[in-house]
Design a protein around this ligand. Structure first.
Ligand SMILES: [Ca+2]
Ligand SMILES: [Ca+2]
Ligand SMILES: [Ca+2]
Length: 220
């Protein structure tokens, strides 16, 4: 005979496994779906349960740029870095606020490091939590407003905005760089979180399944 505490244990384990499964399905990385667009109204919206730990995708052609709608959950620890291993060898990262105004950007980390870093705790970094847009391109496709570049186009280190106008296009520069990338993130979340009812009903469904399994075992 199965004791009450053993039954409770089985149900708890079933629930924990269900919740862990849901987290795996929704939380963690975001993988580019098709090709992310490059302008605010059509930016790719990340969807999932926080935290958002990375974004992976591909710069398909010399003119491709990818713009993602994300959330910054903790401005103090927010950071974004293109990690080694992708085939996009000369990346650029740009962060915009919810209105499309430039926050900060980076082409290369150092003169000898072709990857890009938006560091945590930078004075020009984000100061409030909320919706932001994160863009990646191959050097030297740069974001612009009315054809004027939004950031200081310095080759290394953090770039700051030079105009307070929103992203409405990109410089028509032909980049020789393309390939796959992964941007590791801290302090970030998904732009859109699934309705709690969806998650709860999935958890409740899994929990009910666990209970039924226990009951079946109990009857044996
Ligand atoms: Ca792309
Ligand atoms: Ca794109
Ligand atoms: Ca640039």
């Amino acid at each position: 005979m199965v004791s009450t505490s053993a039954r409770r244990g089985s149900v708890s384990v079933a629930l924990l496994i269900s919740i862990a499964g849901l987290k795996g399905a929704y939380g963690g990385p975001w993988l580019e779906v098709g090709d992310a667009d490059e302008l605010l109204p059509t930016a790719q919206v990340t969807l999932g349960v926080d935290p958002l730990t990375s974004i992976s995708g591909t710069i398909f052609t010399s003119l491709d740029k990818d713009l993602y709608r994300i959330k910054i959950t903790d401005p103090a620890t927010f950071s974004a870095v293109v990690i080694a291993g992708g085939t996009l060898t000369n990346s650029q990262l740009f962060l915009f606020d919810s209105a499309g105004l430039g926050v900060y950007a980076n082409d290369d980390v150092t003169a000898v490091d072709p990857l890009s870093l938006l560091p945590a705790g930078h004075p020009s970094g984000p100061s409030v939590a909320g919706i932001y847009y994160l863009a990646i391109s191959g050097s030297d496709n740069d974001p612009a407003n009315g054809g004027v570049e939004i950031f200081t186009d310095i080759p290394t280190g953090v770039q700051i905005p030079t105009i307070a106008l929103p992203l409405d296009g990109w410089t028509p520069t032909f980049s020789v760089y393309g390939g796959t990338y992964t941007i590791a993130l801290t302090g970030a979340g998904f732009a859109t979180v699934p309705e709690p009812s969806t998650v709860l009903s999935a958890v409740a469904g899994a929990g009910l399944l666990g209970c039924l399994r226990v009951r079946r075992r109990f009857r044996r």
